[in-house]
Design a protein around this ligand. Structure first.
Ligand code: PGA
Length: 252
């Protein structure tokens, strides 16, 4: 059975001290509330806090992910962080292709594909974000936009490598806006994504792939969103509050 995943994307937020406090709170809440066995929590802090959060994760019950990775091997690429470095820290996940990176840093589907390849090479599961902007939704193009992102960013992988991938459908118009996709809208596009995976890799791989929803997901709407093709969430704003983050994970 595929895994339920609730991943917290802290984005570029928090001081070191704030990160310490938040992670400690998450840990304490996880000691009070046991998550269902098939639900995995992933915390994705900014790069400078990865070690801090990883130290907590070793004694607690969540996995740790980065928010970005270089498309290059190690070397003279000032400011970049390689998949090999993340692997050496024993990180298990890394977000790729977030709409903010696509919009502000020119991350194309080709760059997403190159980053995914680096992560797979270093045994890290990519959490690959796809999703349409408002104009595309209004023009009814969301299905083709998402299909193109999958084909160009992911479908070059072998079935075996694809099994490591987690997909996050994040309608760009719902990110940080307080607007959420309706459960019907989310379910419809998640089923579409699963159908595309089935066509490319077969039904078994599709059935095993976790497809998360992201975009103003919070404790009050998580329960209705997580069903039946929506296998969890990629959470931005609400992941900065331990209680909200854990409440979302307890929504299954
Ligand atoms: P949000 O962000 O939950 O703040 O809308 C989600 C995301 O960008 O991953």
């Amino acid at each position: 059975m595929r895994q339920h995943i609730v991943a917290g994307n802290w984005k570029m937020n928090m001081s070191f001290e704030g990160a310490d406090d938040l992670t400690n709170e998450i840990k304490e809440m996880l000691e009070e509330h046991t998550l269902p066995k098939e639900t995995l929590l992933v915390v994705c802090p900014p790069f400078p806090y990865l070690e801090l959060v990883s130290d907590y994760s070793s004694e607690s019950y969540f996995a740790v992910g980065a928010q970005n990775v270089s498309d290059r091997d190690n070397g003279a690429f000032t400011g970049e962080v390689s998949a090999e470095m993340l692997e050496s820290m024993e990180l298990e996940y890394c977000i790729v292709g977030h709409s903010e990176r696509r919009a502000y840093y020119g991350e194309t589907n080709a760059l997403v594909a190159a980053k995914v390849n680096q992560l797979i090479k270093h045994d890290i599961s990519p959490i690959v974000c796809v999703g349409e902007v408002l104009e595309e939704r209004e023009a009814g193009k969301q299905f083709e936009v998402v299909a193109q992102q999958l084909v160009e960013g992911l479908f070059h992988l072998s079935a075996n490598d694809f099994r490591r991938v987690v997909i996050a459908y994040e309608p760009v118009w719902a990110i940080g806006t307080g607007k959420t996709a309706t459960p019907e809208q989310a379910q419809e596009i998640h089923a579409h994504i699963r159908g595309l995976i089935a066509k490319q890799y077969g039904q078994e791989v599709a059935d095993d792939t976790s497809i998360l929803y992201g975009g103003s997901c919070k404790p009050s709407n998580a329960k209705e969103l997580f069903d039946p093709d929506v296998d969890g969430g990629l959470i931005g704003g609400a992941s900065l509050k331990a209680k909200d983050f854990i409440d979302i994970a307890l929504s299954f």
